[in-house]
Ligand binder design. Structure first.
Ligand code: NAD
Ligand code: UDP
Ligand code: UDP
Length: 337
């Protein structure tokens, strides 16, 4: 097939061997683009991209975004950063460095190339929110010195850098604030609530609810989120963001546990554990801006998304996987191979 030079872009995805990045890469390749995946495999895994090894438009580069990167691309998605609390608290100094030095390097790269750059920011910039649901106008309620701060403040500083490059250098930026997202290719040992509950249910182990389970989250399925990334990236330069991306349907953690038990047919019982420090009590995105400007709304509801996620974990037989046995709720463990 002839190469479509005009439609085709060279796209850099940092963090591309991770959960979200690998799904984004699949979509970009489907659209006919060339993809350079840059990842240091800190929390990502080659397993997430092994199906792409023979792909003629895919390239993998093992590299840490804390160091300068000189490549030639047309567009950048900056996703590199550990995302689960267990992972980002494992080496908190490195987490902040990845967010801040990583942002500076990728912004410097985008500045030299005069190309558009997307930042995977997070609902964590709202901290334990005093405003509910959260709109982009809310400045947040973040503890600057707690165990989650390396991630929250790192991501906040990255947003600052993005907006300073936008104002100072006229850079074309797209800052997305991503709310809890789940789906196939989450790592079974990443300690996040969906992967923990599904793995525990599949193994018939107790489901570890932190606190009384009344805290809430709003869960977005990965295919919906990636669709929003692509739409956001196509918007005019006058929409730098931040734009909230997530599914506004809100559930208590106890409701999630009950649903996972029902869908897996497990006989797991509930094991209540202490609530980690600074754990946000509620979280739900106001996605009016994304609806209006991206003409986007999430389609996959929790029950359906969980069924696909459970099927993935079953298919890959993580229940028998020694890596997955490393799951230790609350206590940070060494990272992935
Ligand atoms: P993930 O841990 O699966 O992926 C992150 C990827 O970044 C991994 O492949 C990891 O190896 C890589 N990485 C980490 N540090 C790096 C470094 N210094 N240099 C190069 N690569 C590095 O997590 P994810 O859920 O796919 O998250 C992707 C991005 O989206 C992150 O920036 C995260 O903060 C953001 N985000 C995710 C969620 C969510 O619910 N999944 C919510 C909010 C924000
Ligand atoms: N940078 C990079 N790749 C490039 C251009 C820049 O990694 O193609 C890095 C560069 O090493 C620098 C950072 O991006 O540390 C910020 O670059 P910028 O040009 O904004 O600032 P300066 O180089 O003036 O510090
Ligand atoms: N959680 C839980 N049990 C677990 C893992 C997480 O009850 O085994 C809770 C956690 O305390 C938080 C919510 O589930 O209130 C979401 O946690 P996660 O780590 O997935 O993401 P967060 O939104 O906190 O970054």
């Amino acid at each position: 097939m002839a190469r479509t030079y005009f439609a085709q872009k060279r796209v850099l995805v940092t963090g591309g061997a991770g959960f979200l990045g690998s799904h984004l890469i699949d979509r970009l390749l489907d659209q006919g683009h060339e993809v350079l995946c840059v990842d240091n495999l800190f929390t990502g895994t080659k397993r997430n991209i092994e199906h792409l090894h023979a792909h003629p438009r895919f390239e993998f580069l093992r590299h840490d975004v804390c160091f300068p990167l000189f490549v030639e691309v047309d567009e950048i998605y900056n996703l590199a950063c550990p995302a689960s609390p267990v992972h980002y608290q494992h080496d908190p100094v490195q987490t902040t460095k990845t967010s801040v030095h990583g942002a500076i390097n990728m912004l410097g790269l985008a500045k030299r190339l005069k190309c558009r750059i997307f930042q995977a920011s997070t609902s964590e910039v709202y901290g334990d929110p005093a405003v509910h649901p959260q709109t982009e106008a809310y400045w947040g309620n973040v503890n600057p010195i707690g165990p989650r701060s390396c991630y929250d403040e790192g991501k906040r500083c990255a947003e600052t850098l993005f907006f300073d490059y936008y104002r100072q250098h006229g850079l074309d930026i797209k800052v997305a604030r991503i709310f809890n997202t789940y789906g196939p290719r989450m790592h079974p040992a990443d300690g996040r609530v969906v992967s923990n509950f599904v793995m525990q249910a599949l193994r018939g182990e107790p489901i570890t609810i932190y606190g009384d389970g009344s805290q809430t989250r709003s869960f977005c399925f990965v295919s919906d989120l990636v669709e929003a990334f692509l739409r956001f990236m196509e918007t005019p330069k006058d929409l730098p963001g931040p734009v909230n991306l997530g599914n506004p349907n809100e559930f208590t953690i106890r409701e999630l546990a009950e649903l996972v038990v029902e869908l897996t047919g497990s006989d797991s019982e509930i094991d209540y554990r202490p609530l980690p420090q600074d754990d946000p009590l509620q979280r739900r995105p106001d996605i009016s801006l994304a609806k209006e400007r991206l003409d986007w709304t999430p389609k996959v509801q929790l029950r359906e998304g969980l069924q696909q996620t459970i099927a993935y974990f079953k298919r890959h037989e993580f229940a028998e996987d020694p890596i997955a046995q490393q799951v230790q709720p609350i206590i940070a463990k060494p990272l992935l191979p």
